[in-house]
Design a protein around this ligand. Structure first.
Ligand code: AMP
Length: 601
């Protein structure tokens, strides 16, 4: 294998090309047969006495060696300008943040949240938090006050790092209800921050803090990260991940993303979602590569320019973005010099076969789909560089991961045999629920405060993913759909219940039912059906008012894009909104079994 020289990028990194670098995993079958998590764990630096800390693996282990002056993170500002942080600098910056937390009296295991765009301070805070044994939880900056409050409360936030604008617009109004939120640190203009009461200036605290810190000797099973995800009912769930997860982050970065020394990696996901943390922060750093982080939102020309100018070699992105690029035509891709690119992967939603094929035309290589979810903490099923891509398939299970397809009963629950084992599909192409054998390092260890909900995710010795799939005769998995009503819009998981609850808070709304409506670009968009309170009449003005109302509370990422007025929202006899029926009606499909429908619907 020809290793690339390690060099800070911006310098003349040789074009890698598909053939220049041998894949980290040249043979899938062989790797599967000899893979062990213990061996993957042995590749980490570790800490004395079996301790393990993500920040040590991501930052400190590199900061003294040959990578010290290599760029770890390159930030591209929204309005131009870049900021590079080397591994050595990242160690100092994260040490400062760890010292800041200590000086504020924040103790190990307490939760530090960050609500911001993709700015350097987010990454520094994340890693500094882990460094001192606190727990990091990211919040998506496009959330409105309601999802923010729910997550800060559920996660028992002790510290919040955010910006003056986000604080004033979304957090200040919640402050008195969040009694445990002891410290808010604002990143921004000093004078502006000085005028806000009850907050600290992030920069001032960092400037006064020491830049060395001995990484906390956390145990592998100590809580490290909390990622919130949405369910069909009730509040969002806080999926708990531990320091041991780093074993899987690093292994999948090598095996699936094929990261090599010298690579310039661009994960376009926001750390507010699990991909943006596992692969936007942790995995590339553990492998000593240089990451590009763009503060701005999607813009086709900007993205192509970044791929070209930053000489991105490995690109991890999402179907919605790829579909948007595809829409503007393959010629646009050809206007740019993308010769540094050697591997493209996609995650988060189904990747249509046309997009995979378009990738061949646009970039001269296929797009490698892979599958995972917040609960799995890392990639579980993938198309690998050394294997032919089957367009439309999510690929095959990671070495070290046992995946199967389970039969479901009419209620959608997996079927248990008399001996307690799960009834698995044996013939190819039969549809069922994707299940995984527990025990991989990045698997969630619980939902915060919801043991029952966590236990319901397991049956017969398997973890139930909630996704419907089929497996073909060669062992490739194909996504069929979600087994529940959760909506996937532009890669973001949205709980219909959260949206329905927000709409119900409007005095004109009597009932609300929310579905994901198929959309050619975003996969699905959030669509709401509402019935009105007596005396309220449907109309364009009210529709606009409701759209604005929901957007203000939920934020642009979660709010419905369409609202229809209906005379009543169908409920079943136990009072649950029959979202499947709403969806079938919307799409003109057969209504299926409606025997449990309340008569007046
Ligand atoms: P999240 O927990 O927000 O990462 O969302 C996880 C869910 O996204 C999965 O359970 C799937 O429903 C969906 N998903 C993730 N990756 C893929 C993929 N490659 N193909 C189809 N759906 C996917």
């Amino acid at each position: 294998m020809r290793a690339l020289r390690l060099m800070p990028y911006g310098s003349d990194v040789p074009s890698t090309g598909e053939t220049a670098v041998a894949p980290n995993m040249p043979d899938y079958e062989e790797a599967r047969s000899r893979f062990s998590w213990a061996a993957a764990r042995a590749e980490l630096a570790g800490l004395p006495d079996g301790a393990l800390n993500i920040a040590c693996e991501a930052v400190d282990r590199h900061a003294d060696g040959p990578l010290a002056n290599t760029t770890a993170l390159r930030f591209l500002g929204r309005h131009g300008g870049t900021r590079d942080i080397t591994y050595a600098e990242l160690r100092h910056e994260t040490a400062r943040f760890a010292n800041v937390l200590e000086q504020l009296g924040v103790r190990r295991t307490e939760r530090v949240f960050v609500l911001s765009g993709r700015i350097p301070e987010l990454y520094i805070a994340a890693l500094g938090t882990l460094k001192c044994g606190c727990v990091f939880s990211p919040l998506f900056s496009a959330f409105g006050p309601e999802p923010i409050e729910q997550r800060l409360a559920l996660g028992d936030a002790r510290v919040l790092v955010t910006t003056p604008v986000l604080y004033k617009r979304k957090v200040a109004q919640l402050r008195e209800r969040l009694a445990n939120l002891a410290h808010v640190l604002l990143v921004g203009d000093e004078a502006e921050i000085a005028e806000i009461s009850g907050v600290h200036d992030f920069k001032r605290l960092m400037g006064a803090a020491g830049d060395t810190y001995e990484v906390a000797a956390t145990a592998p099973e100590d809580m490290a990260l909390v990622h919130f995800t949405s369910g069909t009912t009730g509040a969002p769930k806080g999926a708990v991940h531990v320091h041991e997860a780093v074993v899987a982050h690093r292994a999948t970065g090598r095996i699936v993303l094929d990261l090599h020394p010298g690579d310039v990696f661009w994960c376009t996901a926001d750390p507010g979602w699990v991909t943006g943390t596992s692969y936007g922060i942790i995995a590339p750093l553990t492998l000593g590569v240089s990451s590009v982080i763009d503060e701005a939102d999607f813009d086709a020309d900007r993205w192509y320019r970044i791929l070209q100018e930053q000489r991105v070699s490995v690109w991890y992105t999402a179907p919605t973005a790829l579909r948007m690029l595809m829409r503007i035509g393959v010629e646009v891709a050809h206007e740019y010099d993308l010769s540094a690119l050697r591997f493209i992967a996609s995650v988060g939603e189904p990747l249509n076969p046309e997009v995979v094929l378009w990738g061949e035309e646009a970039f001269g290589m296929p797009i490698h789909d892979n599958w995972w979810q917040t609960e799995t903490g890392g990639i579980m099923i993938a198309n690998y560089r050394s294997m032919d891509v089957r367009p439309g398939s999510m690929g095959r299970p990671l070495p070290g991961i046992e995946a199967a397809v389970a039969r479901r009963d009419a209620e959608g629950r997996p079927i248990l045999a008399g001996d307690g084992s799960l009834e698995l599909v044996t013939s190819p192409d039969e549809q069922g629920e994707l299940v995984l054998r527990p025990g991989w390092p990045s698997m969630f260890r619980g939902y915060l405060g919801e043991q029952r909900r966590y236990e319901r995710c397991f049956a017969g010795g398997w973890y139930l993913t909630g996704d419907l799939v089929r497996r073909d005769a060669d062992g490739y998995f194909w996504f069929v759909g979600r087994g529940d009503d959760v909506i996937k819009s532009a890669g973001h998981l949205i709980g219909p219940f959260e949206v329905e609850s927000a709409l119900l808070a409007h005095p004109a709304v009597a009932e609300a039912g929310v579905i994901g409506k198929p959309d050619p670009v975003a996969g699905e968009i959030v669509k709401a059906f509402v019935s009105l309170a007596p005396g309220r009449d449907p109309g364009e003005e009210l529709r606009k008012e409701l759209l604005g109302f929901a957007r203000k509370r939920l934020g642009a990422a979660v709010a419905p894009r369409e609202i229809d007025f209906v005379s009543s929202v169908p409920h079943n006899r136990s009072g649950k909104v029959m979202r499947r029926l709403l969806k079938a009606r919307e799409l003109g499909l057969p209504e299926g079994d409606i025997s449990t429908l309340e008569p007046d619907a």
